[in-house]
Every structure is written in structure tokens, then in C-alpha cells.
Design a protein around this ligand. Structure first.
Ligand SMILES: [Zn+2]
Ligand SMILES: [Zn+2]
Length: 374
């Protein structure tokens, strides 16, 4: 069975090529209705919102399962993919104005020249609470939806604004981490749900790693982050099968960045290298840091980094251990960290055991084992 549907008009849009639907929906476009159907627009301006049906005429074929723009892998009927058996697209748009047989609309994610099949009015009585509720519902289902959408649209400025909520300040390191992670995520085309199926292996413990944790979703807390104490501006993003990409700083990247903004290097030297925390110096560091961080995002990625396809060894999923209560301090401890001493179960500090710790200097062995209790 098949159905013949007449075209009733055409879309005029600034998008001639496929683009991120989120970005397309922010723009206005025009629907031109053919003369033969123009009378059908009578009183359409009484509707604020319209459902527009159109023909994905550039989609040659279909896929029954596909990746969505938010990084999920789903069946075609669970997505809005243009590659579908019917080749019919539909979007809810806001009617800005009608000019004769043309409609100016906002929110239409159809390419320039797309044939229009039908238009229907839509009444949306959404209250503010309903809008907020829908937003919370959507975030509960996919907490990283906005992050992935920003990654896909390469909106590194927005990603850095959000990453700074965790990092606390803007600096070129955060910018570099955001840039590296965004590129790696785009190459991998997969999102992280924080369940160790995507892993970030970072080779440095500094500002860069916060950009990497935020953008990749692979963090210290969800065991998606592996830290190799090598001291290189480099990181690898890999899937469980070990396949992934390593992005590393070029040898002349520091010089390239220094030339791009000499002012920041000066205050960085004072605050970070010489620990000068006087108010005037710190304020200058923060101001130039903001400028330099955003300027860094605009630098040429290929002059800063190398990108290499790699296969790496991935550790097994993190084990879950039962807790055992320390006989001395009474605090519960992961079973794998219990020390058996003179027939009692002790935590490492109570047993006087030295522990490995990740501090600003890197991974080291604690020098004074009782320091944690003092
Ligand atoms: Zn920083
Ligand atoms: Zn103890």
C-alpha cells in the first residue's frame, strides 16, 4: 500500500545542508504555500502554533535503527530521524506572521527547498510549571542531553561555561580540556551514562581534567576516569572494546598559546607558579583568565593538538565490595581495604598503614600514616 500526497508548498530556510536540529529550531524560516492552496490559510493567524508536515525528499533510504543527535541508539520510530520509511517529517512551529500565502515561522527544522505536505493548528496551553516539569522530566531521563547537544553542535563556549560551575574559574587549561574532550566525543559519536562503558584516560591532574570530566561524563566518581600519572597534556577516550582516540598537546602548542595572549602568562606565573595570592594579583589573574580561556577556544585545534586512533587496554568494571567495620575506630570500610592485624579488622589509618593518595603533586604514598586522623 502507498499513498500519493500532493505538495502544498515549499520551505525557504537559510539551512541548505543538514545541521543540528536544535540550532535550526532557533532560527526563523518561511513556508511558501502554492497559489492553488492559498485559500486554505484563511484565519490561520489565529493559531500561535502549527504542526507542519513535510517530505524528507533528500533522504534516499531509511535505517531501522540509528544514532540520534543526543547520542542515543534507537529504533527509527523512537527518533525523529529523516531516514524513515514514510519520508514524512513533522515539527511544531511558532507562527510569527502570515504575509499572504507565506508563513514566517520559528522552530522549523526543515532544509531549504523542502516540500511541505500539510499544516495543522496546534493549541499549547502550557503553564510555566508544565514547561518546568517537562524540562525536569527530560533531564531525569537523559541528564546529559544538553551536554551532548552542545558537543554535537561544537558549542565549546557553552560547555566551558557549564564546566566552570564545577571548576570554579576560567582558565586556558579548562578551555583545552573542553576542546580535547569535545573533539574526542564527536569522533566517538557516543554519549556516557556514567556506567563505565565510555572511559577517559587522562595523563595529567590539572585544570584540563575538569574540562574532560564534564564534557565526557567520565568522572572520578563514576569510575569512568582513569588517571595515569605521566604529566602530559594528553587524554584518551575509549569504549569498552579499547577502541578510541588519543588527543595530545603538540610540542609548540605552549608557544602558540603564549603568542596568542601574553598577558595571562604573566599573572599565571605570579599566582600559580609563585603562589602570590595578594588580592590585586588574583583579580588580574581571574580577569585575564576569562579572556584567555575564551580566546583559547577560538584557537586552531590542529595547531594545538594531535589526534590519533588507538586501541588501549581497558580494566574490568569496578568491583563492588561489602563494608566491614573497623574494630578500632568503628567506621565502615571497603572490604578490600581492611587490614587483618592481631585477629582484628582495622582500617588503614588505624593499622598505621601508608596509603596511596592523589594530591596536587600526583599520586604519592602518604608519608605520615596517622595524618588522616589528626
Ligand atoms: Zn583552572
Ligand atoms: Zn579505623
Amino acid at each position: 500500500m502507498s499513498l500519493q500526497i500532493p505538495y502544498i508548498g515549499t520551505v525557504k530556510s537559510r539551512f541548505a545542508e543538514p545541521a543540528n536540529p536544535g540550532i535550526m529550531r532557533e532560527e526563523q524560516s518561511v513556508i511558501e504555500i502554492f497559489e492553488d492552496y492559498a485559500d486554505g490559510l484563511f484565519k490561520i493567524e489565529l493559531s500561535d502554533y502549527l504542526e507542519v508536515y513535510f517530505h524528507f525528499d533528500k533522504a534516499a533510504s531509511y535505517d531501522l535503527q540509528t544514532y540520534t543527535y543526543t547520542g542515543d541508539y534507537k529504533g527509527v520510530f523512537a527518533t525523529r530521524s529523516p531516514r524513515r520509511p514514510s519520508q514524512i517529517g513533522s515539527t511544531l512551529v511558532k507562527l510569527i506572521e502570515r504575509r499572504g500565502n507565506t508563513l514566517v515561522v520559528q522552530g522549523l527544522d526543515a532544509l531549504d527547498g523542502t516540500p511541505v505536505l500539510d499544516i495543522k493548528p496546534m493549541h499549547i496551553p502550557l503553564t510555566e510549571e508544565e514547561v518546568a516539569g517537562a524540562e525536569i522530566h527530560s533531564r531525569k531521563n537523559n541528564p546529559r542531553k544538553q551536554v551532548f547537544s552542545d558537543i554535537w553542535a561544537n558549542r565549546t563556549d557553552r560547555l566551558m561555561l557549564d564546566a566552570a560551575r564545577m571548576h570554579g574559574h576560567f582558565c586556558p587549561g579548562l578551555a583545552l580540556g573542553v576542546m580535547m574532550a569535545t573533539r574526542a566525543m564527536q569522533l566517538m559519536r557516543s554519549n556516557s551514562d556514567g556506567l563505565e562503558d565510555l572511559l577517559a584516560i587522562t595523563e595529567t591532574n590539572n585544570c584540563i581534567t575538569d574540562g574532560i570530566q564534564y564534557v565526557t561524563g567520565c568522572s572520578f566518581g563514576n569510575n569512568g576516569l582513569i588517571f595515569k600519572d605521566i604529566g602530559k597534556t594528553a587524554f584518551t577516550l575509549a569504549r569498552r572494546d579499547g577502541k578510541g582516540y588519543r588527543i595530545a598537546s603538540r610540542a609548540d602548542a605552549i608557544e602558540y598559546m603564549r603568542q596568542a595572549s601574553p598577558l595571562f602568562s604573566e599573572s599565571y606565573q605570579k599566582v600559580v607558579a609563585e603562589n602570590d595570592r595578594s588580592e590585586e594579583v588574583v583579580v588580574k589573574f581571574k580577569v585575564t583568565g576569562i579572556e584567555k580561556a575564551f580566546a583559547t577556544l577560538a584557537l586552531d585545534f590542529d595547531k594545538l593538538f594531535t589526534v590519533e586512533e588507538v586501541t588501549v587496554k581497558i580494566p574490568a568494571y569496578a568491583p563492588v565490595h561489602e563494608s566491614i567495620v573497623c574494630d578500632k575506630c568503628g567506621e565502615p570500610v571497603m572490604a578490600s581495604r581492611i587490614i587483618h592485624q592481631n585477629e582484628s579488622n582495622l582500617c588503614m589509618p588505624c593499622a598505621g598503614h601508608r596509603t596511596a593518595e592523589l594530591i596536587g603533586h600526583g599520586i604519592s604514598i602518604e608519608t605520615n600514616p596517622n595524618s588522616a586522623k589528626e
